[in-house]
Design a protein around this ligand. Structure first.
Ligand code: FES
Length: 373
């Protein structure tokens, strides 16, 4: 290979000469070079171009569909009894499939492009250590520019635009996901916003009983004060008489992520400090007051299912958050920063423990701009 004569100023060299100089300086030798499509000819090139264009167009299409689904698909929680529950269930899988299809088509399109249009070249290089010199950097840039010209991306505006479009849509998907949580209003719907509502909300004036969570929908055990000893704790879920015998509704009520509640009976005379404005959410009883708190940890949502009756502390086994039940269930240890929401409870005329209303604040992990009623 004839190359630029040594000692010439790199600024005077053409790009081809710089590429050759760069290879020589790097100890690179091209031992085989075959232009793309030499054997397949123009028809082969057209076929490759079509294949790449279709893949990149698919990437753009799937990316746009992702954006449409992300913004417009119904994604608010819908209970299993609702006919639109299936649509709600499809939301996350659809996003995943479209995202994977878009990124996959973009990746396969790019690989296909390089495989189809880059010359078949075999080069060998001696490896050297140390930082790159100025000349090395200049020649590296020239090599990249030469490679771009070799693959002809400048001469194929459709593929170039589709490739850039695919990358743009990819960036759009990332941006949408990053901004979506900020733009969406979790409080839309006012008092009926999903964050305000759990299965404890009375619908149509029907009484919501506290039912022991047994995992068996056919076993319906409601609770009266005499059923629990002072110091005892029970996990309870909402129950309505209209659901009796309806296995699906009973299972849904028990399995809802925001439903489980810790019902705690304190020892009589236990001094308690309630949170301001929540002084009347418990049920007072001479044999020991009843307090009901969400069992969903306010750190990351694990079940805060351990109760230390002696210290009146609820513990979350995931990251060891501890909530002081006789102090409004405020966190006193661990990463949780918000008290466990308290469910207002009372007795009905027959002496069953019932929910007076839904929680006065959202259940589960804390997030910015969380509010209370
Ligand atoms: S989820 Fe409970 S402490 Fe982390």
């Amino acid at each position: 290979m004839s190359g630029p004569s040594p000692g010439r100023d790199p600024a005077e060299l053409s790009r081809e000469e710089l590429v050759e100089l760069g290879m020589r300086l790097d100890g690179v030798r091209v031992v085989a070079h075959e232009p793309a499509h030499r054997s397949a000819g123009p028809r082969g090139e057209r076929r490759s171009r079509r294949r790449v264009s279709v893949l990149l167009a698919l990437s753009v299409l799937f990316g746009l569909l992702f954006a449409v689904v992300y913004v417009a698909w119904p994604n608010g929680y819908v209970p299993p009894s609702d006919p639109t529950h299936g649509l709600y269930l499809l939301y996350t899988p659809l996003l995943g499939v479209l995202f994977a299809a878009s990124v996959g088509a973009l990746g396969v399109g790019m690989i296909t492009y390089v495989k189809s249009f880059y010359p078949d070249e075999v080069a060998v290089q001696e490896r050297e250590g140390g930082p790159s010199s100025e000349v090395d950097r200049t020649t590296a840039v020239a090599t990249l520019a030469d490679a771009a010209e070799d693959v002809g991306i400048g001469r194929r505006p459709l593929i170039r635009r589709l490739g850039l479009g695919g990358l743009g849509v990819f960036a759009l998907m990332g941006g949408l996901m990053a901004l979506g949580g900020v733009v969406r209003d979790p409080w839309r719907g006012g008092a009926d916003a999903p964050l305000w509502r759990t299965g404890w909300k009375a619908v149509g004036g029907e009484t919501v009983y506290l039912r022991i969570a047994t995992g068996n929908p056919d076993e319906i055990t409601r609770i009266r004060p005499q059923d629990m000893e002072p110091g005892a704790v029970q996990t309870v879920v909402p129950f309505r008489e209209s659901e009796r015998g309806n296995t699906e509704a009973l299972l849904a009520a028990e399995n809802a992520a925001d439903a489980p509640v810790m019902l705690i009976r304190l020892h009589p005379g236990t001094p308690v400090r309630n949170r301001p404005g929540q002084e009347d959410l418990h049920h007072p009883d001479p044999g020991g007051d009843f307090y009901a708190f969400s069992r969903v940890c306010t750190h990351l949502g694990c079940p805060a299912s351990l109760y230390d009756a002696e210290r009146r502390a609820a513990l979350c086994p995931c990251h060891q958050s501890e909530f002081q039940i006789d102090d409004g269930a405020v966190p006193v240890f661990g990463p949780a920063t918000r008290p466990l929401p308290q469910l207002p409870v009372t007795l009905d005329e027959q002496g069953w423990l019932i929910a007076r209303d839904d929680f006065p604040e959202p259940v589960g992990p804390a997030f910015w701009e969380i509010r209370s009623h």
